[in-house]
Design a protein around this ligand. Structure first.
Ligand code: B12
Length: 309
């Protein structure tokens, strides 16, 4: 059965996406991954560090048909978040973690979009992911023409810069497709030069073993020997901060839930040093920071405080 969505129906679907908080949406046809060899090499080189879940799910990541049988399209959406500096007391905080957790905020409207697809094409199948499954979100966004994977490894949109959340719908419906475009980094290498931990072995290629974001968010237990968080208490945005596209094209935040929480900026060094489990729970309710648990954030705070002495 060939399931298809006509151009006018897709246009209306797109308008609904905008209403639900996804100002840009585009689709790519399911086809063999152009960079498959490079992605396998990324894992073989150990650039995923201790994120074993990445290696375990690799085959599914490389073939959406292993996720949705007979998958024909990957529809990707962009939702901007703040491009301004965000602080947790005296320390720097990744912009994506300024407010509520994007996984939780975006999955509901994305599922609504999925439901809409099933109504438009009865008998079709679709699955929604906000970084919640084995989908190469940036790759498909690039293939759909929503932007290009920059030298900093992020998807950079000509409209929003790179401070955008990606979400994806894998479906067995054929829809009108976007057209990929060339990268616009040009000869700029601001991100590569600014990374204080040399996390880019090559332009566009991130070695998680050297990435502040990885150390501060993903590592459980003590920080690896030689790691330096450089003032970042959770995540890191250095390679986005220095990118000319971040500031030139960044847009207002559409979901109030992603606005920076005023309580964060006001925290004192003392309050962070004495952070109890209860205060951690209250401060970071619904925040992506809860991922690092009390142990992770206090480890990072103690690391940063030790550098100030
Ligand atoms: C694993 C992961 C991480 C890891 C690894 C980072 C990485 N670059 O892969 C860590 C924990 C370090 C991380 C950090 C961050 N992440 Co992250 N992360 C992911 C996740 C779950 C998978 C990404 C992935 O597939 N990586 C594997 C590699 C192989 O994929 P890739 O880099 O896309 O591969 C391309 C290039 O590397 C290139 N390539 C590969 N090998 C080679 C070799 C050569 C020689 C060359 C030239 C190129 C090349 O080709 C590949 C295909 O196009 C995605 C969500 C998802 N499901 O996609 C979010 C995601 C990528 N992360 C996101 C964010 C916001 C971040 C941070 C900004 C958070 C922060 N502020 O701290 C940082 C940015 C760090 C950075 N510069 O990449 C967003 C990015 C949005 C955007 N605009 O792109 C995503 C999409 C989550 C989301 N749903 O919004 N992340």
């Amino acid at each position: 059965m060939n399931l298809q969505l006509s151009e006018p129906a897709y246009q209306r679907f797109r308008e609904q996406a905008v209403e639900l908080g996804f100002p840009q949406m585009a689709a790519a046809p399911v086809a063999p991954i152009v960079n498959e060899r490079r992605i396998r090499q990324w894992v073989e080189s150990g650039y995923h560090a201790d994120m074993r879940w990445f290696a375990n799910n690799l085959e599914k990541r490389l073939d959406p048909r292993l996720v949705v049988p007979n998958a024909k399209s990957v529809i990707v959406t962009l939702t901007p978040y703040t491009a301004n500096e965000v602080r947790l007391g005296p320390f720097k905080l990744a912009r994506y973690a300024a407010g509520d957790d994007y996984h939780d905020v975006l999955i509901r409207p994305l599922r609504q979009l999925c439901d809409r697809l099933s109504q438009l094409v009865p008998g079709s199948n679709a699955r929604a992911y906000v970084d919640t499954g084995p989908v190469l979100e940036r790759y498909w966004a690039e293939q759909a023409g929503l932007g290009w994977i920059g030298k900093n490894g992020n998807l950079i949109s000509r409209t929003f810069g790179s401070t955008v959340f990606l979400s994806a719908i894998i479906t067995d419906i054929v829809v009108p497709y976007g057209v990929p475009h060339a990268p616009f980094c040009g000869s700029c290498r601001a991100c590569l030069d600014a990374c204080p931990t040399d996390a880019f072995p090559e332009p566009g290629l991130v070695d998680s073993n050297r990435c502040i974001s990885y150390w501060s968010i993903e590592v459980r237990g003590p920080l690896p020997g030689g790691s330096e968080l450089h003032d970042w208490v959770f995540g890191c945005d250095i390679c986005q901060e220095v990118c000319p596209w971040t500031h030139k094209f960044a847009q207002p935040v559409l979901f109030d839930q992603f606005l920076p929480r005023p309580s964060y900026r006001e925290l004192s060094q003392r309050e962070l040093k004495d952070l109890t489990v209860d205060t951690f729970r209250n401060l970071f309710r619904k925040s992506p920071i809860k991922r690092s648990k009390h142990a992770g954030i206090t480890r990072n705070i103690n690391h940063l405080l030790s550098r100030q002495q």
